[in-house]
Each structure stands twice: as C-alpha cells, then as structure tokens.
Design a binder for this molecule. Structure first.
Ligand code: SF4
Ligand SMILES: [Zn+2]
Length: 380
C-alpha cells in the first residue's frame, strides 16, 4: 500500500515537471533538427541523434515532439551560482575569475557518480528535487555583471541538450563583453558545434573513461566524445579535458595511457585535469576514494605521451607543484593555486606570453575579476 502511494506521488511529481517543461519551452533551432514527412523529427543537439516521434521525447527527456514541432527548454534556470572558474575546471581561462554558472534540467547520460544529480537526473529519478525558476537572458547577464564575473557558463546538466537557451543567453553576454563557456560531457555532433561556435569561447569536455564498455554503462559512446574533442579543436574552441579517476572504473593503466596518447595526438598543449573521486550519488558502496598515488600515475602516463599541462585535482595541497601552471618553454611558475584559490597569477597582461621567456602560453588570458576568494556562491 505504502509502495503504491509512493509510486503515485513519484508519478505526480514527474507529471508536474513535465508540465513545467511544456510551459518553459520554445521551438528548436532549425540548424539542430531535420523534419520528416510523417512528423518525426531528428535531433542533432547531442550525439544520440534521436528520431523523436510526435507525442514523444528524446533520451534527454527535455526535448519533445509536440505535433511535429520539436520543443526545447527555454526561459528558466534550475541552478544558478557564481563559481570560481577553477571549479569548472578551466585553469587556462582568466585565472582567479568568477563564472556565473547556470544549469537547467535533464541530461543525455545517467552517470551513477553524478555530482549534479539533483538537476541532471530530475526527470529520471524521483529523489532528485530542484527548484527551477523563470528568468530572461538579460537577468542572468545582469547578475554576472553585478558579481563582476567576466564569464558566463552553462553547466550542472548537459549544456548541449539546451543549446538554444545557452546561445540566447550568450548573445546577450557577449554583447556586454563577457566570455562564454560550456561544461559538457562532449557527446556532440558537427551540427551543434557549428551552432554554438560563434557564441562559446571555452569548452570543457569530460572524458570519463577510455573504455567504450564503461562509457556505455553511463549512456554514452567513447567514439562520440573523441570525435567531439577533435571537432572542437578544428573549430578553434579553447578546450580543457577532465577525467574523474574512479578506482576500478576509469583507472585502468592501459586505458589511461591510451587516453593520454589520444589527447597528445590532438594537441599536447591541451590541459588535462585528472580529478580525484569521492563516493557520491549511487556509487557509494564498494567504491573507494582516489589517492594521490592514483592521480600521479595518470600524470606519469601523460608525461610519457608528451602532454605539457596536467592538473591532478580535488586533492588540494597534496600534489605539490602540480597545482600550479608552469611555462612549457622555460618552466617558470606562472600561476600558483591552492584548491580553487589563485595565490599568484603572472598571466594578467592579456598578451598570452610567459613574462619570463616571452613565448606563448596556450589559453585565454587577461585581467581576472570577480570575488577572487575561491568560494562558491549559490544564487538560486
Ligand atoms: S538532445 Fe540528444 S538526447 Fe535529447 S532529443 Fe536531442 S539527440 Fe536526443
Ligand atoms: Zn616561459
């Protein structure tokens, strides 16, 4: 009996979320869809490339076919925070700055260790409860300006699946001189990358594992992510890669070696963050935390592959010099960090040159701004 009531409650909650999504939606961009004569619509906002039938929704659950029109999320935020850009993590983009970061609902993956599951899994998991709020792009950008944040970022859920909304926000942000960023799982398509290219400066890709079998457990395909990384670089986005090193899931030495070689083959100067895992969400039992030794092995594989910027993260104060950025030409320390705090930044001139050897350092450089205290500020 209790079970039946609980199921009814859960169903009611999901139905009201569905109503919410219908209310806060707009037609998809033409560049991201292909219409079929029978009313089906193919969506290219992410690598799933769903063929969505009338009355149905895609794998992400937030894009749905309403009588032959693909409706997509618009006009709200699920989460809003002013975060240090180091948390995204972007370590070569205006270090020490804040990024006004917004998230919506839904995801095209279902990772058991998701740290943003309240927003990303709201449509799949009845335990995930968030409070979405109506807003306009102008209001979001006003908040960024008020906090002195030079970057606006789409994160927390998967930004690709809500690209139309992100582009509308970014158009306003760019007109006011801000940089714009995606924090994404990298399950992209050429269509969506071309669509966002004029509006997105920096793109972080989660390269979760180099085992396709493990990727499929999360709802993804390795090949989609590796080809997205190549396409991003071809199109001139600034890209940083992150791998959460989960013991017994993504820490296989051969996989990590092949991953490092892959990154180096695309661009040895592309930063690779390998971050420590803390048991979270559904992956709590039987999973241990990542140790410094685990991360330093990944650093070793990266070094062997020829990578120049590697950042073992999530273990502040435990990885010595590896929390800092050093010039790959002359080894001068350019940025000193502790956790998300930037203690010293010598790359503030905006010319992108090492102040010691005057050679170029990859990234987006210039004056940082924001609160600069490494703290996260939840706004909504
Ligand atoms: S965004 Fe991805 S999952 Fe959602 S409908 Fe489009 S192709 Fe499918
Ligand atoms: Zn130098």
């Amino acid at each position: 009996m209790t079970m039946t009531l609980q199921l009814l409650e859960e169903k009611k909650k999901l139905q009201s979320l569905k109503q919410f999504l219908h209310q806060f939606s707009a037609p998809a961009a033409d560049a991201l869809i292909e219409r079929r004569e029978n009313g089906d619509i193919q969506c290219f906002a992410c690598g799933h490339r769903c063929l969505v039938k009338p009355g149905r929704d895609g794998v992400c659950r937030v894009r749905f076919n309403d009588n032959g029109v693909l409706q997509v999320p618009h006009g709200y935020v699920g989460v809003l925070a002013c975060d240090p850009i180091e948390k995204k993590p972007f370590w070569h983009v205006l270090p020490g700055s804040d990024a006004l970061t917004f998230g919506m609902l839904g995801c095209d993956y279902h990772c058991g260790y998701c740290q943003n599951w309240v927003t990303s899994q709201m449509l799949r998991d009845p335990d995930a409860v968030g409070q979405p709020k109506r807003c306009t792009p102008e209001q979001l950008v006003d908040i960024a300006m008020k906090h002195g944040a030079p970057v606006v970022a789409s994160s927390y859920n998967e930004p690709l699946i809500t690209s139309e909304w992100a582009v509308d926000v970014f158009k306003v942000a760019k007109a006011r001189g801000l940089k714009c960023a995606y924090i994404s799982n990298g399950n992209g398509t050429p269509q969506v990358l071309d669509f966002i290219r004029p509006h997105v400066d920096a793109y972080k890709v989660d390269l979760k594992t180099f085992s396709d079998r493990n990727y499929r457990q999360l709802g993804g395909v390795l090949e989609n992510v590796t080809s997205t990384i190549k396409m991003l670089k071809e199109r001139g986005f600034w890209v940083e890669i992150v791998t959460l090193v989960v013991p017994n899931f993504s820490d296989d030495p051969d996989d990590l070696k092949r991953m490092a070689e892959f990154i180096a083959s695309v661009d040895p100067l592309m930063p690779w963050h390998m971050t420590a895992f803390h048991p979270d969400y559904k992956m709590t039992d039987g999973y241990r935390q990542t140790t410094t030794d685990d991360l330093m092995k990944a650093v070793e594989y990266g070094t062997q592959a020829g990578l120049k910027y590697m950042y073992p993260g999530n273990l502040p104060g435990q990885v010595g010099e590896w929390e800092n950025t050093r010039c790959h030409h002359c080894s001068a320390t350019l940025i000193r960090r502790f956790s998300f705090m930037v203690r010293e930044n010598r790359m503030t001139k905006g010319d992108g040159l090492c102040p010691d050897c005057q050679k170029p350092i990859p990234g987006i450089w210039g004056k940082s701004s924001g609160h600069g205290d490494g703290r996260v500020r939840r706004i909504a």
